[in-house]
Design a protein around this ligand. Structure first.
Ligand SMILES: O=c1ccn([C@@H]2O[C@H](COP(=O)(O)O)[C@@H](O)[C@H]2O)c(=O)[nH]1
Ligand code: MG
Length: 209
């Protein structure tokens, strides 16, 4: 093999590789469940919304309807030091992406947005601790996921807006409390990392790149 083609191979030029973007909050780590646990611990006498009744992407929007002062309490929870770092893994998620990145002709990136108040929101540290330091090169940290050039985005947010319309990726909606009953509008849904359906989705998309 010539030096040039070896270089091209290393860079994946001319190869049809599937680029998979995987969200963090609500897809690999359990933002909703952990929020509720911490909120109930800190405010045991305040009203709360059980996971089965969650409807909005932003917790504050739904808590505001319960009582106008609750959104500030909600924010206190997820802006607290350690909240993000202690988010538990969603079952099977880290193992699945570690397996996915080993699949032939598949590249995987973590595509995540920070909190507005990002002082303690250390996505990189979570990724390093749960996936390993080799994943630090695979983090795309952006408020606008439409600018991330993947073929698939696995994300729990039902509506993803941004500067690039239509976005380059197909959205696979990862099921979480607040998106269970939303209209899929032709999108695929991934309910869990443990039933093996993610492999079928990846293999199916590989045929289309
Ligand atoms: O009620 C909420 C729920 C989430 N957030 C933050 O929004 C972004 C969303 O991240 P994704 O990459 O789309 O998962 C993230 O920083 C959450 O922590 C929020 O502010 N309020
Ligand atoms: Mg998310």
């Amino acid at each position: 093999m010539s030096r040039r083609s070896a270089h091209a191979q290393r860079q994946n030029f001319g190869q049809k590789r599937l680029r998979v973007l995987v969200d963090l909050d609500g897809v690999l780590c359990d933002f909703e469940g952990y929020f509720l646990e911490k909120y109930r611990e800190k405010f045991p006498h305040e009203p709360f919304i059980p996971l089965e009744e969650r409807k909005t992407f932003y917790l504050r929007d739904q808590y505001a309807k319960l009582r106008p002062d609750l959104p500030d309490k909600v924010r206190d929870i997820y802006n607290a030091e350690g909240f993000f770092l202690n988010l538990p893994e969603i079952e099977g998620g880290c193992d699945a992406v570690k397996e996915m990145v080993q699949m032939e002709d598949v590249d995987v990136f973590i595509c995540t947005s920070t909190l507005q108040y990002y002082k303690y929101c250390l996505q990189e540290k979570w990724v390093e601790e749960h996936l390993g330091s080799n994943w630090l090169d695979k983090i795309i940290l952006t408020k606008d996921k439409t600018m991330a050039n993947g073929h698939i985005l696995i994300d729990d947010r039902p509506i993803i807006k941004g500067a690039c319309q239509p976005p380059p990726w197909q959205h696979v909606l990862f099921t979480t409390s607040f998106n269970r009953s939303i209209d899929l509008n032709g999108r695929q849904r991934l309910d869990s990392w443990t039933d093996g359906k993610w492999r079928e989705i990846i293999e199916d998309f590989k045929k289309r790149v």
